[in-house]
Design a protein around this ligand. Structure first.
Ligand SMILES: [Zn+2]
Length: 308
């Protein structure tokens, strides 16, 4: 149980990056380092041990420190789903497994097929603007068919996107934000009604479009993660963002998240504090807050994934 403005409540986090050893190695390679150590040193982040179980344990102690019940761990480079799969298999009652996938790479479909049979993996994460494709591209269809058949959720990053680690390492980010329009997801979410789609950060700047999408598609969920800096584009604050989301989408498709990622920072408690304060000031009752902060996420995954 965590301390909240309503008293002690269970909290679960829908958005935590699992920066594993392979994640650091992939970044280091791009920076032309043979080893991950200099990349970690430049970032001033802790380099995790080779065994992902140790990073998983690090997150467990962090969760215990704050009273966090469950966390979705995101493998944050293409091809790293085994790190998260193994973390989830070590602590299946505490983690759900998400993994980034670039559907344009030749091994993408095989990876999804294998992941669909792994009980530790619950959600594929797509970043159309980062990997420069449209979510309506026909190359994405076979992947979505597997997700639909095997009850994998699909996270689709929309809106503004920056990768802090790339910036700090001086790596180019040749993204194309035109591929981040939530409206592109509309025909896809309609075509795959069994897939639960998660749009992080309320659409990250395309809030109105994200609201339209979720209004039209009952299988679209929002995660609330990050500082939501995009609110500057529309002079919105967290209270108004939550108010409008609850009015349009209701209480049951909002998933609390922080976008925590590296150590030593660990779990990003100020993000939680700001969101909990906004919800409290809006006048939400404890049982309503409980749904956003915990129950919706657990309901989304706990009863859903059946293995074929
Ligand atoms: Zn993130």
């Amino acid at each position: 149980m965590a301390k909240t403005p309503w008293g002690e409540l269970p909290i679960s986090d829908a958005h935590v990056h699992f920066f594993s050893r392979p994640f650091f190695t992939a970044l280091a390679r791009e920076r032309k380092f043979d080893e991950p150590e200099p990349a970690a040193a430049l970032l001033n982040w802790e380099l995790p041990a080779r065994d992902p179980a140790l990073l998983a344990l690090r997150w467990i102690s962090e969760m215990d420190r704050y009273g966090i019940a469950r966390v979705c761990l995101i493998a944050s480079t293409h091809g790293d789903e085994d790190s998260v799969g193994s973390a989830v298999s070590s602590y299946p009652d505490r983690f759900f497994g998400f993994f980034m996938l670039n559907p344009l790479l030749p091994d993408a479909i095989d990876r999804v097929r294998i992941a669909a049979r792994n009980p530790g993996l619950h959600c594929v994460c797509l970043f159309p603007a980062m990997h420069t494709y449209s979510i309506t591209d026909e190359r994405v269809v076979p992947l979505l068919e597997i997700a639909s058949d095997h009850r994998l959720a699909v996270f689709v990053h929309c809106g503004a996107i920056t990768v802090g680690a790339r910036k700090k390492l001086g790596l180019p980010s040749q993204f194309d934000v035109r591929y981040g329009n939530p409206l592109d997801l509309h025909p896809v979410a309609l075509h795959f009604p069994k897939i639960r789609f998660i749009v992080p950060h309320f659409g990250a700047g395309l809030f109105r479009e994200a609201l339209m999408l979720a209004d039209l598609c009952p299988n679209v969920y929002f995660d609330t993660s990050s500082s939501n800096r995009w609110m500057l584009y529309e002079s919105l604050d967290l209270r108004s963002v939550f108010r409008r989301t609850i009015d349009v989408v209701g209480l049951d498709r909002i998933l609390f998240g922080t976008d925590s990622s590296f150590f030593p920072r660990g779990w990003n408690a100020p993000v939680f504090d700001a969101q909990a304060k906004a919800l409290y000031e809006l006048g939400l009752e404890a049982d309503e807050a409980h749904r956003i902060l915990h129950t919706n996420l657990v309901n989304l995954f706990e009863r859903e994934k059946t293995k074929a």
